[in-house]
Ligand binder design. Structure first.
Ligand code: S3P
Length: 433
């Protein structure tokens, strides 16, 4: 599908979003490991979370997802996951593949995890190595680095050390492996990555502690019962509307019920430093997660320098930051973000290539990019590179560009934010590719 877009000004929106993608994956996984029934409200309707649900179903978790009602999950509890007959298809979702690889490494049975063209290019050695050191058998293509990934679970030894990258997926994979096999973890992260797994486990009564970058999980078995949970809105989805509002003229957005966990709000903090009129107000707490309202409006922006330690809490928002930086006075420099090269696309290369087509002055570095702002954007024909966040970021750029923009091979937004196009404030026209 191709989507043609044009600019929009003066729009105002107040909205509530579906559940955060990271928290949705985790709530399905932890509900599947629980004894008894869980009820989950506001689960993400994105394709990535649907991939997690379908893999968990193949292993005996009963997950009932219907249009309007909350999702009901009857977990496998003490029985553990059943060995599936077929391959577990993780689709486009790195979170599904890496978190499940951990859970299955500590369970009993043989499991094969695979994904789409984009996932088959993403590095899996980062989970294969620690899980193998803990005692599971993992085999994968290209010297055990690319999926399909075969996992033969085992009773695992403790994990002591640091994951090789600052990644919440790798951290969570190790924690789930330890939980599934009742072993211990003494971990020190390389950076502050999203801490949803730790927070939810604590909420379920599992003795897991965090102290700065250190995380400890005592040896199990740890068991929990089914639970009721309302997934807070996704800050990474809210980010697109917030970015569009701060770049626009006469624009304003209010997003309610959003997860405001500080390990996720890095992008909003960076925008604030760039002069954006943005506010975050915590209104409640859910299983330890602060939840609240974000308001943002049309702003005069200045360039900024993003340091490596600021990367993990904003990790999914860098293509979007590049777009916003084109409207800022002065240079915006991002460093220490080489992880962007192994996301759903090479997000450094792709955002530089695509924004350049719109007239942006942007250069690539091995670990980031520099945007020389402000550069007025003009409509162009652009490629989405199988990447939901790139597609939505380019769509935000189209809102301030002169003329028409055409996104080719679009349709990826449904991976994480299926409602994106219904909230999109500008004109849009679809055609077959
Ligand atoms: C995620 C962690 C991040 C993020 C991804 C979701 C998670 O990946 O990019 O969209 O739910 O744990 P890394 O932890 O590998 O950086």
């Amino acid at each position: 599908m191709n989507i043609s877009l044009a600019g929009a000004e003066g729009w105002k929106r107040t909205l509530r979003l579906f559940g955060d993608k990271s928290l949705s994956h985790r709530s399905l996984i932890l509900a599947s490991m629980a004894s008894g029934e869980s009820v989950i409200h506001g689960l993400s309707k994105g394709a990535d979370v649907a991939s997690t649900a379908s893999c968990l179903r193949q292993m005996g978790s009963e997950i009932d997802i219907s249009e309007e009602l909350p999702v009901r999950v009857s977990g496998w509890g003490d029985r553990g996951p059943a060995e599936p007959v077929g391959i577990l298809d993780c689709g486009n979702s790195g979170t599904t593949l890496r978190l499940l690889a951990g859970l299955l490494a500590g369970s009993s049975g043989l499991f094969i995890l695979d994904g789409d063209e984009s996932l088959r290019k993403r590095p899996q050695g980062r989970v294969v190595r620690p899980l193998s050191e803990m005692g599971a058998t993992l085999l994968a293509r290209r010297n055990d680095t690319l999926c399909p990934l075969v996992v033969k679970g085992a009773r695992l030894s403790p994990f002591r050390g640091s994951p090789e990258v600052a990644s919440a997926q790798v951290k969570s994979s190790i924690l789930l492996a330890a939980l599934a096999s009742g072993s211990e973890v003494e971990m020190e992260e390389l950076g502050h990555t999203r801490d949803h797994t730790e927070m939810m486990l604590r909420g379920l009564g599992v003795p897991i502690t965090s102290d700065g970058l250190k995380i400890s999980l005592s040896s199990g078995p740890h068991r929990w019962n089914g639970f009721e949970y309302t997934v807070p809105g996704d800050p990474s989805s809210a980010a697109f509307l917030v970015a569009a509002a701060v770049m626009g003229q006469g624009t304003k957005v209010t997003v309610e019920g959003v997860c405001l966990n500080p390990t996720r709000t890095g992008f909003f903090q960076i925008l604030e430093r760039m002069g954006a009129k943005i506010s975050m107000r915590v209104t409640e707490e859910r299983m330890g997660e602060p939840v609240g309202t974000i308001t943002a409006e049309s702003s005069r922006l200045i360039g900024t320098e993003v340091e490596p330690h600021e990367v993990p809490p904003a990790i999914d928002e860098f293509p979007l930051l590049a777009v916003v930086a084109t409207a800022a006075e002065g240079n915006t420099v991002v460093k220490g973000a080489e992880e962007l090269r192994v996301k759903e696309s090479d997000r450094i290369r792709c955002v530089v290539t695509e924004l350049s087509k719109m007239g942006a002055r942007i250069t690539e570095a091995p670990d980031g990019f520099t945007v020389y702002g402000p550069t007025p954007l003009s409509g162009a024909v652009m490629e989405c590179h199988h990447d939901h966040r790139l597609e939505m970021s380019l769509a935000v750029a189209a809102l301030t560009a002169e003329g028409t923009t055409r996104l080719e091979n679009a349709g990826w937004a449904s991976i994480s934010f299926p409602e994106f196009w219904s909230f999109y404030p500008g004109p849009q026209e679809r055609s077959e590719a």
